[in-house]
Design a protein around this ligand. Sequence first.
Ligand code: SF4
Length: 385
Amino acid sequence: MRCDTETLATRPLREEGAFAYWQQDIPREYWDLSGAELVERVRLARRKLGERLIVLGHHYQREDIIQFADVRGDSFKLAQWAAQHPETEYIVFCGVHFMAESADILTTPDQKVMLPNMAAGCSMADMADPDDVLACWDELEEMGLASETVPITYVNSAAALKAFCGRRGGIVCTSTNAAAVLRWAFEQKRRALFFPDQHLGRNTGLKLDVGLEEMALWDYRRPYGGLGGNTPEQLERSRVILWKGHCSVHQRFSVEQIERARREHPGIRVVVHPECRMEVVQAADCDGSTEFIVRQVTDSPPGSKWAVGTEINLVHRLAVENPDKLVFCLDPVVCPCSTMYRVHPAYLCWVVEQLADGRVVNQVMVDEETARYAKVALDRMLAVK
Ligand code: SF4
């Protein structure tokens, strides 16, 4: 985040509002419980709550969390599920900050969304600080380019940035609908500012025949006035300005891994997430959201072979649930998403037991104004065909 005094003096910071996350220590006893004891205590607490509580589990959660999930899916599917069930009073979202925020925005004021561990964020979402995006927009305004630019935020971003887009004629996208959303943006204006994931933005631009020379990369670590490391001509020429963010999990996959998989397993199919680098997506057979990856593997005939470029917990689960196929992760040493991994059964048990005792803890609440504008951007996305 920039902190030069001139900017602080001339531009209001935190215009868009941001939720502060803090995780309190949970009682020691939870860490001393065995896996079986945790399962039993969650079961007992849930019995008390009945249908008032639903546990949602993102595909990247570990197995000892997924075992408790009533519904599993990608971030958008889960947020939509929450929105379609206004009768559910408590939603425990086993995922990361931005997912719980989206669920809170899309649910009614009577519903309460909770994260088991408030420290579970997303390193990619954190690469787009609302202040930095505002500073970028200011620079585009000074150049006279903002009025011809549509801001697009990937759903993996803070609610404050969804509100930023809602206020400025912008929109949200997911990895499923990114191409349709970018097409929509080009129908509105000449250019899009795409954040926080450069790779999804670049891969999507290429699918719409935007050339690499028409894409500028905005380095948010450059000082204010530095045009994100671009020349004025590069920005004027651009159709897409890509924010220099990335997913630390998906950026690890490489073309060499794909080549090795093809060498060692002739006939194998390679499917990757579009948060992977451009050259990896181009070397794969297909790319798409986590839901797309799940469908590709699940719907393929017995005997199929799949090398998968996405988070390891999902790949392991696909391998277990498709024993008649060969399914493995492209990267043999890939780590799980470290922030998703912060959701431990001990936290889940604590949240659910507190609820059963009538106490709501770890509630994620997006303030009314931020939620209103964020919903404008989300609704625009839902209207895009
Ligand atoms: S896998 Fe990547 S994008 Fe998803 S939560 Fe983890 S860091 Fe964020």
